[in-house]
Design a protein around this ligand. Structure first.
Ligand code: GH3
Ligand code: MG
Ligand code: MG
Ligand code: MG
Length: 312
């Protein structure tokens, strides 16, 4: 068969270790059904400081992405349980909004196949390759992805919009001539007693709860809604063309449903609630800051009335 990858240049290894150290380690998902190969490159990547997720099946790999959004995905082009076309299509549907690069790995005799999928993937590697090549490709692509995320204002931890982007959109809805004839609503929500989660389980479990929270909300809102991280454990949901009362109904049902959710983080099961405040753009209030202030006041009232509730 082919030779397993080797590291040639210690300098490259040093570089990639520093790269993973500097921010936080990058998470890589490897989907490959050759177990010998999978385990070997997984070990080499771990040694270089990457956080490695492994899957020996395509469908399992897709499932893993739902739990943990990786920073980069490597996949073999001839998996037993899924065609390459289907795998790429599903991968892209799950990750392309979040700028997760995907790298195809094929055998030397699969150059035709690699060529065929060239435009669907960010890069490719042919076996046998050396790890340096893989490291350099991953560093280049994840670095570029990070820059793009910052440009479009995606929050790093949760993958949802940043405060800046939300403010821009809110500004648009309040000033656009065509949109002015509609009522637009804004909700601010803040997780209840979130400090306790960090104190009890640690910050990284807290992070995971934030990610699960955003996933839950994202799955329940309309395409036109803008869901953003306002900061820390505070979030904004901008609901264009939504009356205040309907916005309240929506947020309140999200609140109820979320409070019943059992969030699994490792072997822990966590229940979390949030409080929310709603405000709407109306004739007399039309600047973003003013509306957010009103929503914030409503949130404050919700907190003071016992939390796990939504006020207007
Ligand atoms: P309440 O809002 O109900 O008044 O109580 P709280 O405990 O949530 O209080 P507060 O808003 O003052 O504290 C928020 C906590 O959220 C403090 C901070 O450590 C934590 N937090 C903020 N951002 C993050 C984050 O990105 N990750 C984690 N793990 N924790 C965060
Ligand atoms: Mg807070
Ligand atoms: Mg607070
Ligand atoms: Mg809080």
């Amino acid at each position: 068969q082919y030779r397993l990858p080797k590291i040639k240049d210690e300098q490259v290894l040093q570089l990639v270790k520093e790269y993973n150290h500097k921010d936080h380690p990058k998470t890589l998902l490897i989907i490959e059904d050759d177990l010998l190969f999978l385990n070997k490159i997984a070990r080499l990547l771990s040694e270089a400081g990457f956080n490695v997720l492994k899957s020996h099946r395509g469908n399992l790999g897709l499932q893993i992405i739902d739990e943990t959004l990786p920073d980069c995905i490597l996949f073999g082009v001839d998996l037993v349980d899924i065609t390459i076309e289907e795998l790429i299509e599903k991968l892209k549907r799950k990750v392309s909004d979040f700028f997760v690069p995907i790298i195809a790995i094929g055998d030397k005799n699969q150059t035709k196949l690699i060529e065929k999928i060239k435009f669907e993937t960010d890069d490719s590697l042919l076996k046998p390759f050396i790890m340096d090549d893989l490291f350099l490709k991953v560093m280049r692509l994840t670095d570029k992805a990070l820059r793009m995320k910052n440009q479009v204002n995606i929050d790093e931890l949760t993958g949802i919009y940043s405060r800046k982007f939300m403010m821009e959109r809110l500004e648009y809805y309040l000033s656009n001539h065509n949109e002015k004839q509609f009522v637009h609503s804004v909700a601010i929500f803040d997780l209840d007693y979130f400090k306790h989660v960090n104190d009890k389980y640690g910050h990284s479990v807290g992070d995971k709860v934030l990610v699960e929270f955003t996933k839950f909300i994202r799955g329940k809102i309309r395409n036109t809604d803008i869901f953003a991280r306002y900061g820390g454990e505070e979030f904004i949901l901008l609901m264009p063309r939504t009356e205040e009362k309907n916005a309240w109904k929506k947020l309140n049902s999200l609140r109820k449903e979320f409070s019943n959710l059992h969030i699994k983080v490792g072997d822990k099961v966590i229940q979390q609630t949030f409080s929310g405040g709603i405000a709407s753009a109306q004739a007399n209030i039309n600047n973003p800051v003013e509306i957010l202030n009103l929503a914030d006041i409503a949130l404050y009232v919700a907190k003071n009335n016992g939390r796990n509730r939504v006020f207007i």
